[in-house]
Design a protein around this ligand. Structure first.
Ligand SMILES: Cc1cc2nc3c(=O)[nH]c(=O)nc-3n(C[C@H](O)[C@H](O)[C@H](O)COP(=O)(O)O)c2cc1C
Length: 191
């Protein structure tokens, strides 16, 4: 049996983030073959090319954390029909220094929640475009745009609507299948 480690990013820096609740729910609903761990982004300074020769410790930690996982999952709000600056900043750091893009050939998936009816769909389209440029093989389906209604997910990540819980469980199963397919085509390189 193949087992994989998934590093997840929460695109929100907000303490009571609904996307963090969603990330907790996904961690609880993930199949046993996936080990989930957060890759933190809050401590990163704003990226500048002046750092390229000497990455600061939080940025080195970010790149090490991505290198240590088999796949990445983005759980993010939509900000002004795009992704939050904090998340874009993290992606910019990880994609550099030039020629050392951490996302290259790393399988990924995107998901997000918002109180609005389109549930981060537009922001995720931006994110998918960024990840394409970063050469990350992406799960195209299932798409997951989750409208957050009050109480949908508890602080502990318990999903209170059974249909939504089933959808999210299926999403994580499909992500596991997708990761397996990617590594069947391009085997993992263990150092
Ligand atoms: C700067 C900003 C921009 C926002 N833009 C959008 C948007 O484009 N679409 C949307 O559905 N919600 C938007 N919202 C509302 C967020 O969906 C809502 O604040 C949500 O709780 C953010 O997720 P979080 O709780 O995980 O931080 C925006 C919120 C902020 C603070």
């Amino acid at each position: 049996m193949n087992t994989y480690t998934v590093g997840y990013f929460v695109g929100s820096l907000t303490r009571a983030s609904i996307n963090r609740k969603l990330a907790r729910a996904l961690t609880r609903l993930a199949p046993a073959d996936l080990t989930m761990r957060e890759i933190p982004i809050a401590e990163l300074p704003l990226y500048s090319a002046d750092y390229e020769a000497d990455y600061p410790p939080p940025a080195r930690a970010l790149k090490d954390a991505i290198a240590a996982v088999d796949a990445v999952l983005f759980v993010t709000p939509e900000y002004n029909r795009s992704i939050p600056a904090a998340l874009k900043n993290a992606i910019d750091w990880a994609s550099r220094p030039k020629g050392q893009n951490s996302f290259a050939r790393k399988p990924s998936a995107t998901i997000g929640t918002s109180p609005g009816k389109i549930g981060t769909a537009v922001g995720q389209q931006h994110l998918k475009s960024i990840l394409s440029y970063c050469n990350s093989p992406q799960m195209n389906a299932i798409e997951a745009y989750i409208q957050f209604t009050p109480g949908l997910i508890t602080d502990d990540g318990d999903v209170t609507v059974p249909e939504t819980a089933e959808f999210l469980r299926n999403y994580m199963d499909e992500f596991c299948n997708f990761i397996t397919r990617v590594y069947m085509a391009i085997p993992r390189q263990r150092t």
